[in-house]
Design a protein around this ligand. Structure first.
Ligand SMILES: Nc1ncnc2c1ncn2[C@@H]1O[C@H](COP(=O)(O)OP(=O)(O)OP(=O)(O)O)[C@@H](O)[C@H]1O
Ligand SMILES: [Mg+2]
Length: 269
């Protein structure tokens, strides 16, 4: 541990947060994830990109113990999420692609309940629930049922539930869709602060600008395989792109030509 000038704790990136070795998942004949080998170190803000159907959510579901791999292995802080599920779940948080919230609870109750599930005592769970509602801009909606929340409010509640136990590793599967710019700014700042404190964020998103701004390293998945990995500068160099190429340029080069050329020309005739 180091001390920064503000006196906050700063832990050095010291080890592996997640490691996939030859990870494969089939659904019938379809191979959703195909021999994925990838390591994410502690303290990285890691971007996980790929076109629709590339296998991102399937990978995240396996890493968080929700879906069994067909073959290959996963280690989360050195632990297998299927043989040590409780140890792994206590260290990680997840905002899944499809939210699974208890819609008949209020926001405050849902957050408190999530905290209690993670083993927090009632006082701490309630205090953190209040703090998180304020952080997320939901303080006036804490007494409202989740079922009556807007899309963005549900995303915010899910994010609160995912961090209430202070996870060391946060899986975010397209977490910001529907979240307004004002709230997004505050949420991004806190996530970056968490990363500076040594938390690892595994971030899947289609918003290239956001990934480019937030992530220290990125993997681009296509048809279940890694097509590019590294910092933006490393990926540009590996793909032979110019020094001013954007992440979008890297993405398009890594996965192939953009769709939507001539096929539907009648739309614009
Ligand atoms: N439960 C399932 N049964 C059958 N096929 C599935 C199932 N879940 C995922 N797949 C298939 O696996 C592939 C990868 O899906 P996945 O949801 O991981 O993609 P993704 O990269 O998250 O895409 P998106 O960007 O659209 O969220 C797709 O072809 C999808 O149809
Ligand atoms: Mg997905």
């Amino acid at each position: 541990m180091d001390e920064n000038p503000q006196g906050a704790r700063v832990s050095r990136a010291s080890g592996e947060a997640v490691r996939f070795d030859a990870l494969t998942r089939r659904f019938g004949d379809r191979v959703a994830v195909n021999g994925l080998t990838l390591t994410v170190n502690e303290g990285e803000f890691f971007g996980f990109l790929g076109p629709n159907g590339a296998g991102k959510s399937t990978t995240i579901k396996m890493a968080t113990g929700l879906l069994r791999p067909t073959s290959g292995s996963i280690r989360v802080f050195g632990l297998d999420p299927f043989t040590r599920p409780m140890d792994v779940k206590g260290r990680i948080g997840l905002v899944p692609e499809e939210l699974a919230l208890y819609e008949r609870l209020t926001g405050f109750e849902a957050l408190t309940f999530a905290g209690r599930l993670y083993g927090l005592d009632e006082t701490t769970a309630k205090q953190r629930a209040m703090d998180l509602l304020a952080w997320l801009g939901l303080e006036e909606d804490g007494g409202k049922l989740i079922v009556d929340y807007s899309t963005g409010m549900k995303k915010k509640a899910a994010l609160g539930c995912a961090v209430i136990h202070r996870p060391r590793l946060l899986f975010l599967d397209e977490p910001f869709s529907g979240i307004d710019p004002l709230a997004l700014k505050g949420i991004k700042e806190v996530l970056q602060q968490m990363v500076r404190e040594g938390v690892t964020v595994f971030f899947s998103s289609h918003v290239m600008e956001l990934v480019e701004r937030l992530c220290t390293r990125v993997a681009i998945l296509h048809r279940g395989e890694v097509h590019a990995v590294g910092t933006l500068a490393e990926m540009r160099a590996n793909l032979g792109l110019a020094g001013d190429a954007t992440l979008e340029d890297v993405f398009v080069t890594a996965v192939g030509e953009p769709i939507g050329g001539e096929e539907a020309a009648w739309l614009t005739e």
